[in-house]
Design a protein around this ligand. Structure first.
Ligand SMILES: Nc1ncnc2c1ncn2[C@@H]1O[C@H](COP(=O)(O)OP(=O)(O)O)[C@@H](O)[C@H]1O
Ligand SMILES: [Mg+2]
Length: 614
């Protein structure tokens, strides 16, 4: 909490001084009130002096008005500080989360990050507001009342001195047991958020697989777990108020009893006894409020450490100090490989098996690399290494001859455009979704990208064309349309390397073929116009999508099972042959039998087959 205050409180220091100062003035009036009432009773009511009653009454009213005015100023300061800090923390969190690499995002998990940015910031905000308003009020009121009471009469003050520690002890007993629960509650809220997110975002799949009962059960368990903890805390803290008020009222009875005797013998006036009772209740209610502050601050400090954990998390993928990389000149670009991986491996965590294992390959500029393999074979992870969404654990990955770690991330991701496996669109318009890579792209460029992505027809059919609305997650488009729009998005801004991660899976074969043809044409046209030819990486589970690639990489459990052209691999790689046999029609395979001799291409000479008998 202190760390957050230090980091975000500076701007609001003035408010944090003015607010409590105003509160202090209000507390002074609160402390004076019982004394004025005592005077009113003794000099006005006791002496049957109506004028004195009116006089003191007006004084009380004036004190109340002044007190309220200062309170209002304090409330305003509290609101400005807490809302301002809350907004700043939320902004800083959001900005920092956007800098984190996939590895850190995986570690925190999206639901937990959402809870931190919403609920945890709210808890801190609440604590800041209460801090400005109440942190001074209650302790000051408690101590002030106690001193004032002791000043009136030391003997009665002994009752005070017995009641206060008794209540303090009860609070300590209860709070010490409650605090660990408050910390647990936060983590349990995370779990509910996770289940909610999974259940709601996957609602269609849940229904399709008739898993509603299972999901409901899972949610109910998490909610019950959270509720049980909340009830346990509730039960513990519910004894606080009755016990406090019992002790307090016993104290008041004792004061009235002893005070009554003293009034009779003339040691005290009735007004002084009343003032004593008022101070007693003020002190003891202050303790109750201080305890509530402890609860709020405990929750807030648990939340603050969760927020700090994110803010202090250093992104493992950084590009500080990296100088822009000079792209090869088109005239002498040929010797520079567009992509090269050298013994690149990656694992998702210590102890986990390598998701990518010792991959070595080199792809010349303008060529197409196909990556094929079963689900979970490491295809997506492998291509994530190229745009540095993850860093290779060992080995190296280079783009245009420079290690990806030496690229400024902005430049790398401008040069390498990735179409992710899950087509994701955000709410807005088609245009706002297409211009992510280049905000200044003209309509002509957008239509050209849509043409290549085989998406222009359905966009043309929309009455608003490029300005047609896109709903959250692109749910007003079909899976295939979403995929084509994300492909078009990657093509805007003239990338030099295009990575399509299973991006044609929802396209029919004809559209898929037309898309690949358009990309190849663009590559040739780019080179003819004096630019760099487009280098493409196509990830797919379909042989038909990768068979024309200049080089195909067959992945199996993260390792390269074969590398070469379709013909070479069909002849030499058993796994690739099996994939072909399971997917291609008999006629296509028969056409294949005659061409088992590798066709020599510049890349074919680098062909390898990683496994014995493969
Ligand atoms: N974020 C992640 N955290 C932990 N393991 C992961 C993560 N993403 C993928 N994996 C694991 O890495 C392996 C390769 O996954 P992936 O590259 O997505 O395969 P593919 O794209 O070939 O289907 C799988 O075993 C998968 O379980
Ligand atoms: Mg994948």
């Amino acid at each position: 909490m202190i760390e957050l205050l230090r980091r975000f409180g500076g701007k609001f220091r003035r408010y944090m001084v003015i607010g409590p100062a105003c509160k202090l003035i209000e507390v002074i009036f609160d402390l004076l009130t019982p004394l004025v009432i005592a005077q009113m009773i003794d000099k006005g009511i006791g002496a049957h002096d109506v004028n004195a009653v009116v006089h003191y009454g007006m004084l009380l009213a004036a004190m109340a008005v002044i007190g309220i005015s200062f309170t209002l100023v304090c409330q305003k300061m509290a609101a400005l500080t807490s809302q301002g800090m809350g907004t700043d923390i939320r902004g800083a969190l959001y900005q920092h989360i956007n800098k984190l690499s996939y590895a850190e995002l995986d570690r925190f998990g999206t639901p937990s990050l959402i809870t931190r940015i919403t609920n945890d910031v709210n808890q801190v905000q609440l604590a800041v507001a209460l801090g400005v308003r109440m942190l001074i009020r209650w302790p000051f009121l408690a101590v002030g009342s106690m001193c004032a009471a002791l000043a009136i009469d030391l003997k009665l003050g002994m009752i005070f001195l017995i009641c206060t520690p008794a209540i303090g002890l009860v609070f300590w007993f209860v709070m010490a047991r409650c605090i660990p629960y408050y910390r647990q509650l936060q983590a349990k809220l995370d779990r509910i958020a996770l289940i909610c997110r999974e259940g709601l975002s996957g609602a269609r799949v849940v229904r399709a697989f008739v898993r509603e009962d299972h999901e409901r059960e899972r949610f109910a368990q998490a909610a019950d777990d959270q509720a049980n903890t909340a009830i346990a805390v509730g039960k513990l803290s519910s004894i606080l108020n009755p016990v406090t008020f019992l002790v307090m009222n016993l104290g008041v009875c004792a004061i009235l009893w002893v005070g009554g005797i003293q009034v009779n013998v003339g040691e005290l006036t009735q007004g002084q006894v009343m003032a004593f009772v008022n101070y007693m209740t003020q002190t003891l209610t202050s303790i109750v409020y201080v305890a509530n502050l402890v609860v709020v601050f405990t929750k807030a400090s648990a939340s603050a450490s969760r927020i700090n954990e994110v803010l202090n998390c250093v992104p493992s993928i950084a590009d500080e100090g990296n100088q822009p990389v000079a792209l090869p000149e088109p005239s002498n670009a040929a010797p520079v490989p567009a992509l090269s991986l050298s013994h690149a491996s990656f694992s998702f965590g210590a102890g986990a098996a390598n998701a990518v294992n010792d991959v070595t390959l080199e792809l010349p500029l303008g060529k197409t690399l196909g990556i094929i393999g079963g689900t979970g074979s490491g295809k997506s992870t492998l291509v994530s290494l190229i745009s540095r969404l993850y860093d290779a654990s060992t080995g190296s990955v280079s783009v245009m001859g420079s290690d990806v770690r030496t690229w400024p991330l902005d430049q790398l991701r401008r040069v390498v455009a990735t179409v992710p496996q899950r087509a994701s669109l955000v709410s807005g318009t088609i245009r706002s979704n297409l211009t992510w890579r280049d905000e200044t792209a003209t309509d002509e460029e957008l239509w050209a990208a849509l043409d290549m992505a085989q998406a222009s027809e359905f966009v043309h059919n929309k009455p608003q064309g490029l300005d047609a609305p896109v709903e959250a997650g692109g749910k007003n488009f079909s899976g295939g349309q979403r995929q084509r729009l994300t492909i078009a998005r990657a093509l805007v801004g003239a990338p030099q390397v295009l990575i399509m991660d299973d991006s044609a899976s929802a396209l029919d074969f004809k559209t898929d073929a037309a898309l690949r043809h358009a990309i190849r044409e663009r590559s040739v046209r780019g080179a003819a116009e004096g630019g760099l030819p487009l280098t493409t990486v196509i990830v797919s589970q379909r042989v038909s999508t990768v068979r024309d690639a200049d080089m195909i990489c067959v992945l199996n459990h993260g390792s390269v099972a074969g590398l070469g052209t379709h013909d070479e691999l069909y002849a030499a790689c058993q796994l690739y042959r099996e994939i072909c046999q399971s997917q291609l029609r008999r006629e296509e395979l028969e056409g294949q039998q005659g061409s088992t001799t590798p066709v020599s291409t510049p890349i074919a000479s680098a062909s390898v087959c990683a496994k014995e008998g493969c």
